[in-house]
Ligand binder design. Sequence first.
Ligand code: BGC
Length: 673
Amino acid sequence: MYDIKNLTLDEKIKLVAGKNNWQLETANGKLPQVFLADGPHGLRKVSVEKLEQGVAEKEATYKTTAMPNICVLSNTWNTEMAYLQGETIADDCLECGADVLLAPGVNIKRTPLCGRNFEYFSEDPYLSGYMAKAFIEGVQSKGVGTSLKHFCCNNREYDRWTRNSEVDERALREIYLPAFEIAVKAEPWTVMCSYNPVNGVYASENKKLLDGVLRGDFGFNGLIMSDWNAVQHSAKAIKNTLDLEMPYRPEAYTEIKQGLDDGYLTEAELDRAVLKVLALIEKAQTSKKEVTTTKEKRHENALEIAREGITLLKNEGGILPLTGGNVFVSGAYAYTTPMGGGGSALALTDYKMKYVYEEINARLGEKGKAYTGKGVVSTSPFTYAWTMKHDLQESYHADTVVLCVGTNDTIESESYDRFSIRLSKQQEEYIKETAKVNENIVVVLFAGSAIDCSPWIDKVKAVVLAGFLGEAGSEAVADILTGKINPSGKLTETYPLCLEDTPTGDTIGTAMGEKYEEGIFVGYRWYDKKQKDALFPFGHGLSYAKFAYSNLEITKFSETDYEISYWITNVSNVDGKEVSQVYIKDILSTLERPEKELKGFAKTYLKAGESKKVSHKLDRRSFAYFMTAIDDWYVENGDFEVLVGASSKDIRLTGKIQINLPKYEQVSSHYTR
Ligand code: BGC
């Protein structure tokens, strides 16, 4: 539709860099205006007009539906929820005129210190990939584009602009790239490159990754844009096949012009990028757009996802759900719950959240009474002593104490990392002091990444991981605590016993960057290899119901294609949802492999007493590992086990598969003559 021949060289140069922070160039009005906006937890669209009038960014930002953060969405293990989150945000985009949503991010949670973990799905690439794919499909079903980010190996925020990520090829292929590979199947309109260099070359000019892997191997056909100010030299980036530099930078024009004049960059290379920008503009112009939800419905969707992502980590003696009595709600987040982590993904809402205790009261009705105290705020040392004294007194008289603790958008944020994965000293002390006066403590944890709970876990009866729930936080927490909703979230990252147990410990690399020394052993793959216990393993989450697994069946279609099925029965008298997980274990292989790897997952709703059959397909990739010597995925003949579990450490069913591919499909080191 838009012909490159109608553009002058000058217009073409301008088109491959932004017009301002959020908009694309229009080639002197020849092209329609395209608007880009964050992000994964709700639209963050800034009014360019207001900004130009000097209004501060926060005030110039539209108010939107604040959705649960991706860390919560991923704990649902439900691709339908990911689709719903995408669809919901897209309607806000359509109402406010945003064409491309800058989300989702699929960087792997390599260390719990990473400041941006709340925005990412998991330590596991398979789970990250399929959840992100559904999110993208949800957004794009409404005619709004997405930007799959940050490609790739931006696994820390500390000094993210310059620090090199030194990653071996196998870890790249097996851990850091597959989530992109899977999500790209949803055909996101754009992919956003990361800030950091990967193996010495900035992601924005890493031709091997952008063109070789993303376009070549994964078949990505859309536009690749830079993260905001991730371009070091504009001509260099375009030559190395980046398509669009964001945002506007005055030097971009000069650098490209100079590159062309010097013969470093050819006009054909520039045209390649221009054609991608034109194609994006055309998509934005021609896609079918229709708002189908009201503001109220979008809030309901936020609530539905929040409820399903809340994860019950511990429930000793069945203290939950609350059945009545005096429930004292205290702690830093006793009033309203934190919206989300900080930075570009923080959505601003005008929704007026009620206090947690009010929502609990509304659900307990006649059966009990919830009330709150002074709120022990971790960031306020001055009021700390007397509010604590007051609240401890109340705790002594209560039947149950609900302690709302955690982090917030200043502790977990884009641009920097956490220093510790413990709660603040005040919060830890407060939990311990409360335990001295009341033994019925329920901790509700608000955090975007793993928290070291070991200093206090034995002193409390229940732990509910709320995460960052967005605007429906208080309602969702009250629904779970009172049993109105049966919890069904499960962890998508390991909760370690302490920071030192994690693959990267408390180290942050050198001044130049960081060597990914643990290679492919990230997350549960690391704890399995090192035979380390975790406080709560990957995939763990409790329910008020009980589920039994039975009858694993394996049907073979070819040496590497199978269908596996099993039955789950709800053996309790409450309805609930169960997340089942399928792992593959390679019994013996020439190159070292993880103990097991996730290759399937399902969320199944079961009424009390009901049984359902769950099925999964396994294919070549389910058994393969990346062999750098042949530069390809390789399935090595031998024995495999199919492990079906309620968590990575709670395997309920085991089956066997033997693969016998022809000799010529095997590397010869694997067999003898
Ligand atoms: C972030 C991106 C975001 C962009 C625009 C950058 O700082 O890394 O994720 O989309 O800003 O706000």
